[in-house]
Design a protein around this ligand. Structure first.
Ligand code: 5XR
Ligand code: SF4
Length: 302
């Protein structure tokens, strides 16, 4: 089917199923264009609690759909394709956490929201890039186990002065790892009037040269503070920002910073997911209950 027809079919099925479409800021432009809500994973999960819909089609990667399901157990949450997965979240296995807990039995387990429900169930508290420093400082312990992003772990250790044990030792996002100091230097030369907005999943030496270090939600909130930016995160963020603020200039720091998991979702998958009610996310209740506690603790502490 052509896009126009697909979009009409999606609209029709949305009404029939009482469904809404939520999309992450890294989704393809044509997916962003049909979304009812756009945001980062936590904004979307929170939003999902307040919407009056029976079905949520989640255009994002699997851990995001799981988080939405954990906070909305009574709703049907659909992931348009099983290929939409996060390479970084997949690096952390429950065994990594259990092994670290053996070495540091008194250390709380702090997990970035970019993690599976199974691992969140082993966490004392979850964090986002925006509240990680605040939450770790508040914890009553000088040692914390932290996963899966070692760059965020570095940032947290530096800001809090605490001992941070990264699990796994090599956890990272391959999309954000692409950005180098050379990209920063090129951006400064090419766009001398622009400021640099950098995602905290980037390497420490890139973060150190940033004007601001923010999640995608933070990029949206801070963009109006200046009229030209170079954006160090997944490239579709530039589409999102440019559509929101047509009078501000945004340049991608690299054209090749694309997330394969995010890009796996097409309009056709969204149509098929509404037509066949697939792939419904299920989180076993004993896992969901524990993971929900860790997420709710974050919401209370931030
Ligand atoms: O998965 C990601 O890399 C995206 C992101 C974001 O900034 O949107 O990091 N996910 C966030 O929801 C996590 C929040 O700190
Ligand atoms: Fe995961 Fe990186 Fe893709 Fe975000 S951009 S979903 S952290 S692989």
């Amino acid at each position: 089917m052509e896009n126009e027809k697909l979009i009409a079919e999606i609209e029709r099925l949305k009404e029939e199923r009482n469904a809404i479409i939520m999309a992450h800021n890294y989704q393809l432009p044509e997916v962003q264009d049909i979304a009812d809500f756009l945001g980062d994973s936590l904004e979307l999960a929170r939003k999902a609690v307040n919407v009056d819909a029976d079905v949520i089609v989640f255009a994002g990667v699997d851990f995001m759909a799981e988080t939405a399901k954990i906070l909305n157990p009574e709703k049907t949450v659909l992931l348009p394709t099983r290929r939409a997965t996060c390479a970084m979240a997949n690096m952390l296995r429950p065994e990594h956490i259990l092994e670290a807990k053996k070495r540091y039995p008194d250390a709380p387990v702090v997990l970035y929201v970019n993690s599976s429900a199974e691992t969140k169930a082993l966490a004392d508290v979850t964090v986002t890039s925006a509240n990680a420093v605040k939450i770790v400082s508040k914890l009553d312990s000088d040692v914390v186990i932290f996963g899966p992003d070692k760059n965020l772990a570095y940032h947290v250790a530096k800001q809090t002065g605490k001992k941070v044990i990264p699990v796994p030792e090599y956890g990272h996002c391959y999309v954000h790892k692409k950005f180098t100091v050379e990209d920063v230097e090129r951006a400064r030369k090419l766009y001398p009037n622009a400021k640099l907005m950098v995602h905290p999943e980037c390497e420490p030496e890139v973060q150190e040269k940033a004007d601001i270090i923010v999640s995608t939600g933070g990029m949206i909130r801070h963009a109006p503070e200046h009229d030209e930016w170079v954006v160090f995160t997944e490239r579709e963020m530039v589409y999102r920002l440019s559509r929101l603020y047509p009078s501000i200039k945004f340049h991608p720091a690299r054209e090749d910073a694309t997330c394969i998991g995010m890009k796996a979702i097409t309009l056709n998958h969204i149509y098929e997911s509404l037509r066949d009610m697939k792939h419904a996310i299920e989180v076993p209740e004993e896992i969901a209950e524990k993971a929900r506690k860790a997420i709710e603790r974050m919401l209370e502490m931030s």
